[in-house]
Design a protein around this ligand. Structure first.
Ligand SMILES: C[S@@+](CC[C@H](N)C(=O)[O-])C[C@H]1O[C@@H](n2cnc3c(N)ncnc32)[C@H](O)[C@@H]1O
Length: 253
């Protein structure tokens, strides 16, 4: 039987790895590396650094595969994500069939935590259901999400006392599709969606590249800091070629 480990590696700082993740790394024979886009090299280097740092007295190898990209255009967002996941499923199936022998252990190093805006677990479940690979076992090892890292770096709790927390996307915030939680974390925001928030007294705790040497943090009333965030974000994206940012919005009492 083959085994697959989906290992959350935390959202940036190699020190975010949990002891459970370190133990899991030391069971893996083949790591599948799937990053894409302009951040690809930095994120791949970080994964290699993590393996170098935490794996002792064990031989392992990396297999890199080009991760399919989502089609951008007129199609509905959910449909393009579904197509993307089907393409990823085909890639994963090929990797598992061709690169892993019976009795070996394969590892996927997932940014942050595999349960949050990541499709690896969903895809492995779909592969088992499709039955085109020999059956395998898989385990999920949780990691520190960018949400937790953001809250820690700003030294702020995610929820107000007894309040609810919503975690959503920039796309949904921009479309006004948020609930009535007094704390909202926004991820995957390509378009400065915090600009759409009506109440200028809302507080924003914004962070880019959190936990990495490029980290940038800005905090304040939206009315006071929105321009600064937009400027900083634009400049950082230009300088690095990519940006990874998250923010917490806290409605005023
Ligand atoms: C595809 S999601 C993956 C989330 C990841 N699984 C996690 O647990 O944080 C990518 C989004 O996570 C957020 N993100 C991930 N790492 C980040 C970091 N180090 N700093 C700020 N935001 C980050 C950004 O909103 C980015 O667009």
């Amino acid at each position: 039987m083959k085994t697959l480990l989906v290992i959350g590696i935390g959202a940036g700082d190699p020190d975010y790895l949990t002891l459970q993740a370190v133990k899991a790394l030391n069971r893996v024979d083949v790591f599948f590396l799937m990053d894409k886009g302009p951040a690809k090299h930095k994120l791949l280097d970080l994964r290699r650094e993590i393996c170098q740092r935490y794996i002792v007295d064990r031989t392992y190898r990396f297999v890199e595969a080009d991760s399919p990209e989502r089609q951008r255009g007129d199609q509905a967002y959910a449909a393009t994500v579904e197509d993307l996941n089907l393409a990823k499923q085909a890639t994963f199936e090929r990797l598992i069939n061709e690169q892993l022998s019976d009795g070996q252990c394969g590892g996927f190093l997932v940014w942050g935590d595999p349960a949050l805006y990541d499709s690896t677990v969903r895809i492995l479940q779909a592969i088992l259901e499709a039955g085109r690979c020999a059956p395998f076992e898989f385990e999920v090892i949780p990691g520190i999400t960018s949400v937790q890292a953001l809250a820690a770096r700003h030294k702020v709790p995610l929820n107000s006392i007894g309040g609810s927390l919503e975690i959503t996307t920039g796309r949904r915030l921009a479309a006004g599709q948020v609930g009535d939680a007094d704390s909202v974390v926004v991820m995957l925001d390509a378009e400065d969606a915090y600009r759409q928030v009506g109440d200028p007294d809302t507080r924003i705790y914004w962070g880019a590249y959190v936990g990495t040497p490029d980290e940038i943090l800005i905090e304040g009333r939206l009315a006071d800091v929105a321009d600064d965030i937009e400027r900083t974000r634009k400049a950082a994206r230009k300088a690095n070629g990519w940006i990874m940012d998250t923010y917490l919005l806290r409605k005023p009492r």
